[in-house]
Design a protein around this ligand. Structure first.
Ligand SMILES: [Zn+2]
Ligand SMILES: [Zn+2]
Length: 369
């Protein structure tokens, strides 16, 4: 191993040994901030909570290119004990991005600005939003992300130039009727009847079938301790997924309409709102092409996979939704990862990390040198 790879592996060991969950990445962010400042970047800490923004400027005008790495680990129960584990590999992402930053700081960039975003709380799905609110992408023109892939998607020596996460949202609704004595249902409006009609209406939703989507009721609760009373409240929740953002907009509108119209069949009213979720991937064709070129240069033609569609979500995609002029790209890196992400026993081939470093370095050099 050369000096760069030894440093990369040591960085990974350090970060892997301090797993912290979303918005509690205090040691992780402090350690990363210190390291990247020592490399010559101007550093701002506490961005959107525990986020770190580091900037390296070139001498000539040019684009602002951001590399984003998520920092948080997950909590798991293993043998009855709650433990924190980097089971999504975010420690690997930070290690790769820090190494790219350190390498580029040594030689310097000619034009534009390299901006490193160490982002908190990806797993909570609003770390990116917090960094956006803190202004972290206000001046950014191009943003690049990277994620380890399970072995079924990519092996060591392979990478995809575009990893397409779908969009997924949670909608919660309250259906309101009119309470009455069980003997006099004609004086009430049974919220359960309204909810049942709403469930039927939700299950009858269709959008263009060429776009993968699902829309399911995942919670339904109504009625209380008094079983001879007509209940006037029901609550429900929906999990909605679609592979395209426009399809998701339509799906959310149809779901809200179905809940309200379903409730109205019995004279009940309904309020529905989106209470969480992430948009789907939207990448710029120029950046996908550049990623292809980088993967081909680093891993050869055999290592270049086609774009991958994955049903998982990523809060990275909030960046483009917040700033539509942003050109985004996202690499999926093969590393023989088993048995899977979010499994506390997750392991992968660490020798693949240097491939991620080389791919990202290639892309940044093309954009800023
Ligand atoms: Zn994850
Ligand atoms: Zn992840």
């Amino acid at each position: 191993m050369n000096e760069k790879e030894t440093r990369l592996q040591a960085t990974y060991d350090t970060l892997h040994a301090m797993p912290e969950v979303g918005f509690a990445e205090h040691r992780t962010s402090a350690w990363l901030a210190e390291r990247i400042e020592a490399a010559g970047f101007s550093v701002t800490t506490g961005v959107g909570g525990t986020g770190v923004v580091a900037v390296l400027k070139g001498t000539e005008p040019g684009p602002v290119v951001a590399l984003r790495a998520d920092m948080d680990a997950l909590e798991h129960v293993v043998n009855g004990e709650t433990v924190r584990v980097h089971s999504c590999g975010h420690d690997a992402h930070c290690s790769m991005v820090l190494t790219v930053a350190e390498e580029l700081a040594k030689t310097g960039i000619r034009r534009g600005t390299l901006k490193i975003l160490f982002q908190p709380a990806e797993e909570k799905l609003f770390g990116a939003t917090r960094m956006i609110e803190a202004g972290a992408i206000d001046d950014v023109d191009i943003i690049l992300g990277i994620h380890l892939r399970p072995i079924q998607e990519a092996k060591t020596g392979q990478a995809t130039p575009a990893l397409y996460h779908g969009s997924s949202y949670i909608m919660e609704a309250t259906i309101t009727g009119q309470t009455a004595h069980g003997a006099r249902p004609h004086l009430g409006i049974n919220a359960i009847d309204g909810a049942a009609a709403a469930v039927q209406a939700v299950n009858a939703i269709h959008i263009n079938p060429v776009i993968p989507f699902t829309c399911k009721v995942t919670k339904l609760a109504a009625g209380g301790a008094t079983l001879n009373q007509i209940p006037d409240k029901a609550v429900m929740a929906l999990d909605l997924r679609a592979q395209q953002n426009d399809a998701m907009k339509l799906l959310l509108a149809k779901a809200e309409n179905a809940i309200k119209a379903g409730a109205a069949t019995v004279g009940a009213t309904a309020e529905a709102k989106v209470t969480g979720g992430v948009p789907g991937a939207e990448y710029h064709p120029e950046i996908i092409e550049l990623a292809r070129e980088a993967i081909r240069a680093v891993l050869g033609e055999a290592g270049l996979l086609a774009p991958i569609v994955t049903p998982g979500g990523e809060d990275f995609h909030n960046f483009v939704q917040a700033k539509p002029s942003l050109k985004a790209g996202y690499i999926g890196l093969g590393c023989d990862l088993t048995p899977g992400l979010h499994d506390p026993a997750m392991k992968f081939d660490r020798s693949a990390l240097i491939n991620g470093v080389a791919i990202l370095t290639y892309m940044v050099e093309k954009l800023l040198k």
